[in-house]
Design a binder for this molecule. Structure first.
Ligand SMILES: *Cc1c(COP(=O)(O)O)cnc(C)c1O
Length: 375
């Protein structure tokens, strides 16, 4: 089976982990944490990095640092992984969903203004599958309305918008280091920011808000969102290879693009000319010209030893949010279409050229059969 993703973990990580374990610093103190924070923040072009236990925690901590809570609203894309919405809910604020753009799948900036009211505190765009959002437009809307912007960059390590890295384009950038992200620490996440005040606040709140003067006197409800030194040891090993990982993702995408370009019914991922798409996952969409349903395509690919995944299901379709009565009856035609028509193909770091050729051949064959079948 060709898997959708396999992380690449090796000697560098083992060496660091061995050192971390042998040093006995296995919780959240130890030299690897700071080094990893510094390396990753540098990589993003940001002054501060604050390591946390996962990407969902990073998003929650970011919103908490900005003072977002009960009675507030945060604008997010309807087409995303649920973590984006959960983070807003954890603060007590309400997530407000906005439909996505037809070509990139990112939040439709044209539809943000109509969702802004006096309760709105922030916009939380997601660089979906590694394609950067329209950050100039988003930052402009935020500026005009006095809103914060936090990027969910969990899928966009290394992606660039007008030559600047995702995560560095707003008040706070949030990353995940889950096993299928560009780099991994097993579980893990990070906030990056250029604001010393936010960085300080994030460090304070992530560490159960230990008292500044007197350690065991707590002024606020903090969280334990600490990353361990062992996780950071893995992360630092991964940082030695992040450039080659990104290069591999882009090469995978270029080969897929060239082989799938002329198949009717397949819509390829885009890369606007002022961005660098990191192609976290190589996702394609099917339209009716393909001649066979996505469910069948998935099944046949699986029988041929090719694993795939559906695109995310929109937030408006989540039972939990329906029960909460969020935007009931509102339509999100573009994200619904994206969810129904999208599939991502194997995008691993160890994927071979032959694998990609085989996958593209399989898709062509399925398409030919579908066309014959439909006369
Ligand atoms: C992976 C991901 C997250 C959450 O990361 P975890 O580390 O799994 O908590 C958040 N947002 C998006 C868009 C993601 O893809």
């Amino acid at each position: 089976m060709i898997p959708v993703f396999t992380p690449s973990i090796g000697e560098e990580e083992l060496r660091n982990v061995k050192e971390a374990v042998e040093s006995n610093w296995v919780s959240s103190k130890g030299k690897f944490i700071e080094e990893f924070e510094k390396k990753f923040a540098d990589y993003c072009g940001c002054r501060y990095g604050i390591a946390v236990s996962n990407g969902t925690a990073a998003l929650h901590l970011a919103l908490a640092c900005l003072g977002i809570g009960k009675g507030d609203e945060v604008i997010i894309p309807n087409f995303t992984m649920i973590s984006t919405a959960l983070a807003v809910c954890y603060t007590g604020a309400k997530p407000v969903f906005v439909d996505c753009q037809e070509d990139t799948g990112n939040i439709d900036v044209e539809k943000i203004n109509e969702k802004i009211n006096l309760r709105t505190k922030a916009i939380l765009p997601v660089h979906i599958y590694g394609h950067p959002c329209d950050m100039d437009e988003i930052n402009e809307i935020a500026k005009n309305n006095g809103l914060f912007v936090v990027e969910d960059a969990a899928e966009a390590h290394g992606a660039e918008y007008k030559q600047r890295k995702c995560g560095s384009l707003s008040d706070i950038g949030c990353f995940s280091f889950y096993a299928n992200k560009l780099i991994t620490t097993g579980e893990g996440g990070m906030l990056v920011t250029n604001s010393e005040r936010i960085a300080e606040r994030a460090r304070y709140l992530k560490n159960i808000a230990f008292g500044k003067e007197s350690r065991f006197f707590h002024d606020e409800i903090g969280f334990n969102y600490r990353m361990t030194n062992v996780q950071a040891a893995i992360g630092l090993g991964q940082m030695e290879k992040i450039d080659s990982f990104l290069k591999k993702k882009i090469e995978n995408a270029q080969l897929y693009n060239s082989l799938l370009r002329n198949i009717p019914g397949i819509i390829l991922p885009v890369e606007r000319d002022y961005v660098k798409n990191s192609y976290w996952m190589y996702g394609i969409r099917f339209d009716e010209r393909f001649g066979i349903t996505k469910e069948e395509i998935k099944k046949i690919l699986y029988e041929k030893g090719i694993d795939t995944r559906d695109f995310f299901t929109g937030m408006n379709e989540q039972p939990v949010f329906k029960r909460m009565g969020l935007q009931i009856g509102e339509e999100f035609p573009v994200s619904v279409k994206w969810a129904l028509s999208g599939l991502y193909l194997p995008s691993g770091l160890n994927l071979k050229e032959e694998d990609i050729k085989y996958i593209c051949w399989a898709l062509k064959e399925i398409q030919n059969k579908g066309r014959d079948f439909n006369g």
